[in-house]
Design a protein around this ligand. Structure first.
Ligand SMILES: NC(=O)c1ccc[n+]([C@@H]2O[C@H](COP(=O)([O-])OP(=O)(O)OC[C@H]3O[C@@H](n4cnc5c(N)ncnc54)[C@H](OP(=O)(O)O)[C@@H]3O)[C@@H](O)[C@H]2O)c1
Length: 266
């Protein structure tokens, strides 16, 4: 029988991607406040410098492009050297693209898969030897409700997040046998810079409304991590979406197709 491994976050040593904004930055602050020590990363160096200055002695930084294999290797080496081991990998970095597939390009498809699928998965692969030696070790993947039920005009992003969800589901039992937990966070609309940093296209009208704050999202993810859960869907919007998707997928499809066709209002 499977038992959940509850975690005390105090003193845990981790790597956190996507720390320069949004959910990643909120996770960094919440984890540091709880006494974790983290190597935080993103491309925007000044953002990381400012973040590290908020928690001297607890956060260290490495700026770089996570889609580069050499940089991922550097992250694992730096974290284990700085902290003497590794207990957590939190993969929050990600990016989106919006627009009809017929007008999109092979470059966009590859770029989205590089940051939303290959980067988190390969980072965790590299970290496995260190995680095996860690205390209550875990990897956290930030996915999306769109990885559970896809939207038109978001083909690349939905496909990459669906791949990530499939990966986590397949690998979770393999790593559980080694004592490493995998947590998948399926986010709904969340307050962040996501829509400002799209790799292609413009903000979608369906995303307007009342997103959950990055801080509330981070708090829900950390609660789930402490409780040793496998999946978390922060906020009622995310939970309603995935419930609808499972029970009445046709109804959801009709509703979102109508919404996606609405003109953009900012
Ligand atoms: N916001 C939403 O509504 C929503 C909904 C569902 C899922 N999500 C997921 O939530 C996660 C966090 O996104 P967010 O909403 O917090 O958006 P965000 O504010 O745009 O944050 C994205 C983070 O990813 C980093 N990043 C992007 N490309 C990178 C690269 N090539 N190398 C290194 N770092 C990179 C960015 O840092 P730099 O730009 O400094 O590199 C930034 O720190 C993503 O995985 C996203 O797919 C978001």
């Amino acid at each position: 029988m499977f038992c959940r491994v509850s975690r005390n976050l105090t003193g845990l040593r981790g790597i956190l991607t996507g720390a320069s904004s949004g959910v990643g930055r909120a996770l960094a602050r919440a984890l540091a406040t709880r006494g974790a020590r983290l190597l935080v990363t993103g491309r925007r160096e000044q953002r990381l410098t400012d973040l590290v200055a908020e928690f001297p002695g607890q956060l260290s930084m490495a700026a770089g492009d996570l889609t580069q294999a050499v940089f991922r290797q550097q992250l694992v080496a730096q974290a284990t050297a700085t902290y003497g081991g590794l207990d957590l990998v939190l993969a929050a970095a990600g990016s989106g693209a919006v627009g009809p597939f017929a007008e999109s390009t092979p470059v966009t498809l590859r770029e989205i898969f590089e940051i939303d699928f290959f980067a988190p998965v390969e980072l965790v692969r590299l970290a496995l030897p260190a995680l095996r030696e860690g205390r209550t070790p875990a990897a956290v993947f930030v996915g999306s409700i769109l990885g559970e039920h896809a939207l038109p005009l978001h083909a690349e992003y939905c496909a990459a997040k669906a791949a990530l969800h499939g990966f986590v589901q397949a690998v979770r039992p393999e790593l559980r046998a080694e004592g490493i937990g995998l947590l998948l966070a399926m986010l709904g609309p969340t307050e962040s810079e996501f829509w400002d940093n799209l790799l292609a296209g413009e903000r979608a009208s369906w995303s307007q409304g009342q997103p959950l704050s990055a801080e509330a999202t981070a708090a829900a993810i950390l609660r789930a991590l402490e409780q040793g859960r496998s999946v978390v869907q922060p906020g009622w919007r995310a939970r309603s979406f995935t419930t609808l998707a499972r029970l009445w997928p046709g109804l959801l499809d009709r509703a979102i197709t109508r919404k996606v066709r609405e003109p953009h209002r900012s």
